[in-house]
Design a protein around this ligand. Structure first.
Ligand SMILES: [Zn+2]
Length: 421
């Protein structure tokens, strides 16, 4: 999924093979041990671009092994294909959170402040998305916590599923996507001493280790009275007006997911175009917060759970998240013309957050790309404000498409040429 690049250490260069292959593992450990506390170690994923891309060497006490991690707030200096890459806050909807909501440490880990706690014994106030409109924050105000959708956007961004390069063609299977998402969950703390992977049910095939792992997570949740989070692709639409159950593909080891009508109605209001695209047969990813139901004595299966909150996200066949059918056309055209790009995600930001629909990343300085799809008066006003922002920030270094209204059968304008290097 991501590329391992050589690193530089006291004027020596260490190849990807030397860092990764078992036959060099002891030598690599000796190199890291000698450099521990001395540094600097530098990632060589990009040449001649601003940024130091210095990395930290850390020692895990439990195993006495050294490893390498990026420093906090330096992820954007790396090549988007590099395993140390992370998006810059200002380049996506991440800018919509207050200070400290998404906190990165110097060991590659994250601490997130979620809307809802995971302790099933605590009854809470409704999340900001369920509150009546007059209590909603002012336009442009920073959000104090992460919703379920924000959490899903965080996982997909941090796992770099929103990054595309031509050499990824044909390599991004569902198993790869969920494996990378789980890796991010393992280094994301969501409550005191609890990382997300401890409460995250993930897609699993029958009798695979992932299914057994789901069963283990459920047993622990029952013991500690925790809520759970489940992620996965929505199974095909069966045409029910109000589905009683949420069905995900590869659900093994997970409980039956009962979907209360009120939760489904709220999801339809909030994710209307996503639900319609699911009815059309397009892929949609779901994330849900669950409360386990009590089991009858002697029952050993995964049991059942009620969905407390649900968020949905449209994706393309390459699992790139998108917000509209026009964005789907742009994504297809970018892939067909072998381009490299990043799809910045909205998280919980409102429309006042300024970031583009795509970043084209094979043109030197990242180039913002915008699809002005809607025609309402309000939207046209915002379009002009955004155009002024692009002109002020990027001069002529940006791309836009204003599709003719009401028809999908039209061609996407040409993209700016690749930088030659
Ligand atoms: Zn790098």
């Amino acid at each position: 999924m991501t590329t391992v690049f050589p690193v530089g250490l006291s004027s020596k260069r260490y190849s990807a093979e030397f860092q990764e292959e078992a036959q060099y593992a002891r030598q690599w450990q000796r190199v890291l041990a000698a450099a521990y506390g001395n540094g600097p170690i530098t990632c060589l994923c990009r040449a001649a671009v601003a940024g130091q891309r210095q990395l930290a060497i850390k020692l895990r006490q439990s195993t006495n092994l050294y490893s390498v991690a990026r420093y906090a707030h330096t992820g954007h200096e790396h090549n988007p294909e590099c395993r140390y890459y992370a998006e810059e806050t200002a380049r996506s909807g991440r800018q919509g959170y207050a200070e400290g909501v998404l906190q990165e440490d110097d060991k590659g880990g994250w601490r997130l402040r979620l809307d809802r706690g995971i302790d099933a014994r605590v009854r809470e106030a409704p999340s900001p998305d369920e509150q009546p409109p007059d209590t909603v924050r002012a336009p442009g105000a920073r959000r104090p916590s992460v919703s379920l959708l924000g959490l899903l956007h965080f996982l997909f961004s941090e796992a770099r599923i929103n990054v595309w390069a031509p050499k990824m063609e044909g390599k991004r299977s569902s198993s790869v996507v969920w494996r990378e998402v789980v890796k991010v969950a393992e280094r994301t703390t969501i409550s005191r001493g609890v990382t997300l992977d401890e409460i995250l049910l993930r897609p699993a095939m029958r009798e695979r280790p992932e299914a057994e792992n789901n069963a283990k997570i459920i047993r622990a949740a029952r013991q500690h009275q925790r809520r759970l989070v489940v992620v996965g692709q929505l199974a095909k639409d069966k045409g029910e007006v109000t589905p009683a159950k949420l069905t995900l593909s590869r659900p093994f080891g997970s409980p039956h997911l009962w979907l209360p009508p009120a939760v489904w109605e709220r999801a339809q209001r909030r994710f209307g175009s996503t639900v319609r695209s699911w009815h059309r047969g397009e892929p949609v990813v779901a994330i849900a917060l669950l409360e386990l139901r009590t089991v009858r004595p002697g029952d050993s299966g995964p049991g059942a759970a009620s969905i407390v909150d649900l968020a949905l996200m449209r994706v393309t066949e390459r699992w790139i998240p998108i917000e509209s059918s026009y964005e789907r056309l742009v994504e297809q055209q970018l892939v067909a013309t072998h381009r490299q790009f990043v799809k910045p995600l909205r998280y919980d930001a409102d429309e006042f957050a300024l970031f583009p629909d795509f970043w084209l990343t094979d043109v030197g300085k990242w180039l913002p790309m915008e699809v002005f799809g809607m025609q309402t008066e309000d939207y046209v006003r915002r379009r002009e404000a955004k155009r002024r922002w692009y002109l002020a920030e990027f001069g002529s270094h940006w791309w836009e498409w204003v599709p003719r209204h009401g028809t999908m059968a039209q061609s996407v304008p040409d993209f700016p040429p690749k930088a030659t290097s």
